[in-house]
Design a protein around this ligand. Sequence first.
Ligand SMILES: [Cu+2]
Length: 162
Amino acid sequence: MNKKVGLLLAGAALILAACGDDGMQTSEEQNDVAEETEVVEQEKSNEQAASEEAETEETEESSETQKEGEAPEAISGKASELLSKGEKTSFVFNQIGEFSIFCEPHPVMKMTVVVEEGAELSGEVELDIADYEFSEETIVVAPGTIITWTNLDGAQHNVAFK
Ligand SMILES: [Cu+2]
């Protein structure tokens, strides 16, 4: 039982006991007790609603901050910096659909990222760029997947979205 309600009921019992002798326990007093109990219940549910709301807001904020910190979103027209040997670039794929990717200095280098609800690949995926090729021709990932490309060539490459 809720502690506050329990205390109120105990208090009510004491009042009843005190009034017991003269038998003047009125229905009015009983109503008062009932009303107080209701108010406590209501306050409790208000508190719960408020704390639930606060939790929801917190979750939304932290997930936004995370996305921003981790990787820019893959969007048509966007391109990474040129990557020297060993350098990496990451993009998060939030939109459902197909992304045509190419390397700006070498437009023959191409690959496709398909973003599909329920795809097997999700979370963080690592790809390489080596011998003037992306390590995958086509890759299917779930929304929210972050793909990181690492350039293993001496030549500079990048990741650009058509
Ligand atoms: Cu290239």
